[in-house]
Design a binder for this molecule. Structure first.
Ligand code: GUN
Length: 285
């Protein structure tokens, strides 16, 4: 079977171009959207993600600030930094890169972010509003997945989507958004018995487990659409997803690559959320 390669890199570029035009219009009216990214410590993968976020912001004309705290900073210092940014009129989006060092409590930190500036969509208010279908800033990877499917002309209404992984960042929110798009959603996780039985029922499979190449040919039915959210470093140093691409792609009707699939869309949605937040804060939405 020949499969459609869902080119997240190209689709994200289109989104960024649209955002660039919108940011230019806002700038003409004196509004420069601003994003602050806080990185605590120097986790290598986080360093690379944060660099990507700052570079993409600059590219579309969003003002960006990177705030670095040391690995040993106290949680109070981080909370004070978030509160300072909550008050900063030039900043419309605040992102605290996760994971945080073990001595910090991510839930306590996230709860301090002003929900109007919560461009990750992680605060309890935005999470709750998303859950009940009300207006909210929504998490970037789940929205990126929905947008990727839309722009690749893959409809989800009435389809059986199986989500593997129940994280707060991807699995849980994407299952909610997919249901709102009228999909029938099954959630699987590390304690699911006979995972392959469930994943073989999927018309669309979303793999968000964080385990290198764990989804194999045995886990899918022919014609499946595969969205691979994983970014894992294999022992030989190669960057791979949660899906064994060479085995699964020939069975799929469409599949995202890693890298170049979901990752670029996550960043594009962060920029979109920053523009939305800036407009709302200034009463333009
Ligand atoms: N770490 C991995 N993914 C994310 C994300 O989407 N947002 C933040 N803040 N940290 C992350």
């Amino acid at each position: 079977m020949s499969f459609q390669l869902i080119d997240g890199k190209e689709i994200a570029k289109q989104v960024r171009n649209e955002l660039k035009a919108e940011v230019n219009r806002l700038r003409e009216h004196g509004l420069v959207p601003g994003l602050a990214v806080i990185l605590v410590g120097n986790h290598p993968a986080s360093e690379s993600y944060v660099r990507g976020k700052i570079r993409a912001s600059e590219e579309v004309g969003i003002h960006s600030e990177l705030i670095r705290l040391s690995e040993t900073a106290r949680e109070e210092e981080l909370l004070a930094e978030v509160q300072r940014l909550n008050r900063d009129p030039n900043i419309h989006g605040i992102l605290v890169q996760l994971p945080l060092p073990a001595h910090m409590d991510p839930a306590r930190v996230i709860a301090v972010i002003d929900p109007a500036k919560d461009v990750d969509g992680f605060t309890p208010l935005n999470t709750g509003n998303m859950m009940i279908g009300q207006d909210a800033l929504k998490p970037c990877t789940p929205v990126g997945i929905i947008e990727l499917l839309k722009r690749a002309d893959i409809s989800v209404a009435g389809k059986h989507v199986v989500v593997v992984g129940r994280s707060n960042i991807v699995g849980k929110p994407v299952s909610i958004l997919l249901q709102q798009e009228n999909a029938t959603v099954t959630m699987c996780h590390s304690r699911t018995k006979d995972l392959a039985y469930h994943t073989r029922q999927a018309d669309i499979l979303v793999a968000a487990v964080g385990r290198a190449e764990m989804i194999t040919a045995d886990h899918v039915k022919e014609g499946v659409v595969v969205i691979d959210v994983g970014v894992n470093r294999r022992e030989d140093g190669k960057l791979v997803g949660d899906v064994r691409f060479d085995e699964v792609a020939p069975l799929a009707s469409a599949i995202t690559p890693v890298p170049g699939g979901v990752g670029p869309m996550t960043i594009a949605m962060l920029l979109a959320n920053t523009v939305t937040a800036a407009k709302r804060i200034h009463g333009l939405d």
